[in-house]
Ligand binder design. Structure first.
Ligand SMILES: [Zn+2]
Length: 240
């Protein structure tokens, strides 16, 4: 039976002479993987559309293991993301983070619309660091890994303002910071407050987040998903 859904490509590898194995985030079915037979040859069915940063409508056959990709039809192309090296790097980081956070075959419409919105904003070149940080926080929440920015993750009573523990999953108060053996990163009050506002959906009035802030949440994502985000190395070269 043929299924259809809006989708975005997260990653792909060439397979055999002309096929491609794809990992996609779909609106209706969550993350799926599939094989597109003849994808590197069949211009009619796939020509240039099964690419990163193309929002398309996908038709596929549900199969155990790899789904069979039938064809796709373009809805929107994020062309600036495909042309600017800097934006391409940010976009790749966003796709890789999505891939790491969401398991296959678990529908998550909000994750899909978050990804579309984020790529649309990035495509306009609007403050990539802020866009990426907001995406990281929202996608961590949607995937069930939301860091705590209000109350100390150890005593659960006092407020934490600058110290953050990746392993414990959030801010640590000054008292608990004295406890032995806790991994602590010293951040800024502006970062913590900015994150609180983003999570609450309040428009942030604090200073712009920095690349260091994005890297902290990247390490948080890597630790809790046990996956390395390789695109961030390239991003580091482009941004710095
Ligand atoms: Zn505490």
């Amino acid at each position: 039976m043929i299924k259809t859904s809006e989708a975005l490509l997260l990653r792909s590898i060439n397979y055999g002479e002309a096929d491609k194995i794809l990992v996609l985030l779909t609106e209706k079915f969550g993350k799926i993987s599939g094989i597109a037979k003849g994808a590197r040859k069949s211009l009619r069915r796939f020509g240039g559309r099964l690419e990163p940063f193309v929002h398309f409508r996908l038709r596929f056959r549900k199969k155990p293991g790899l789904n069979l990709i039938e064809d796709c039809e373009v809805i929107e192309v994020f062309s600036t993301l495909r042309e600017s090296v800097e934006l391409f790097s940010w976009g790749s980081f966003i796709l890789e983070t999505t891939d790491a956070l969401f398991p296959e075959d678990e529908p998550n419409k909000e994750a899909f619309s978050l990804l579309i919105r984020t790529l649309q904003t990035l495509d306009k070149g609007i403050s990539p660091i802020h866009t990426a940080l907001e995406f990281q926080l929202r996608s961590l929440s949607l995937a069930g890994y939301e860091p705590s920015f209000e109350v100390c993750v150890i005593c659960k009573e006092r407020i934490g303002d600058t110290l953050f523990s990746i392993k414990k999953g959030g801010v640590v108060c000054a008292e608990c910071a004295k406890t032995k053996g806790i991994d602590l990163v010293s951040t800024s009050y502006s970062f913590i407050k900015g994150c609180r506002n983003i999570i609450k959906g309040v428009r942030s009035e604090c200073s712009e987040p920095t690349f260091e802030d994005v890297k902290l949440l990247k390490r948080f994502t890597e630790y809790h998903t046990e996956k390395e985000l390789k695109s961030s190395k390239f991003l580091e070269e482009v941004v710095s």
